[in-house]
Design a protein around this ligand. Sequence first.
Ligand code: LMR
Length: 329
Amino acid sequence: MFKSVVTTALSALLLICTPALAAEPIVIKFSHVVAEDTPKGRGAQLFKELVEQRLGDKVKVEVYPNSTLFGDADELQALRDGKVQMLAPSLSKFDAYTKQLQVFDLPFLFDDLEAVKRFQKREKSRELLRSMASHDIYGLAYWNNGMKQLSATRALKAPADAKGLNFRIQPSPVLEAQFAQLGATGSKMAFSETLAALQKGTVQGAENPWSNLASQKLDSVQPFITETNHGSLNYMLISNSKFWISIPYQVRTQLEAIIEEVSFKVNQDAEELNRKSREQLVAAGRAQIITLTHEQREAWREAMRPVWQRFEAEIGADVLRAAQTVNRR
Ligand code: LMR
């Protein structure tokens, strides 16, 4: 009798506890378009590791690199539809949702990555994280890759050398205008299609930081890389607003603390990773790396700079002014 009462009580207890114990962890699918050994690829992996160490029973992170789940053409829509929960697209890919982020594409606006990072800490940049809220896009942090270099099938020393070439670009009107300034064209194309388009000759040039040049082996089809440092490639780590807000407060706070930690690490290590990628490309010896004198670089700056004025109204004079104050010249 006593045994059956105890058994019944235990079963009842188990029934009460089981749903809590068996509560399914929240799944965060993190999709991205680059290789694993890049600033973004490493950041995604570190995020997964820290979440599983600290919140393993509550949150599970699945990382899909190299456009294996979604690519440039559909990843933002997939996030808005709840098919993925995290992305880190380049700031050049948000044109359909906000014009203000175009500030990051303006050529020669930031002297170096340190200047970009200073701007990202300013209030104006923090506001831009929320600029796409009405589209369900919730900005969590800025991640950086590095300064972009021009590559091509011919040596680009002076701006006139780019005339007539077709460059693969990210879907940014600023980048399109930047190449138009040189008498060249820009073809908007998904990152995953870049190598094939260069192989086929549909495009003859591109702009990338060292890490993407090396990890995509673009030096196999681009015999010349000019170290222009003319712009930077930066990302916004984003989630779907409704999804993010639906995460229980305590878990969300812990996730946000992890994001802060990971973002610091990504942004601290990005330059070093790009330096190593540059060394790899030099060691491979497939592409000639052209360094510019101060005067040569100034000529590129002069050629591209008129783009700023054309986009000032769309970006907002206040945002542009704030960005212009971060260089240490
Ligand atoms: C590109 O399309 O060139 C980049 O945005 C790819 C990336 O995510 O680094």
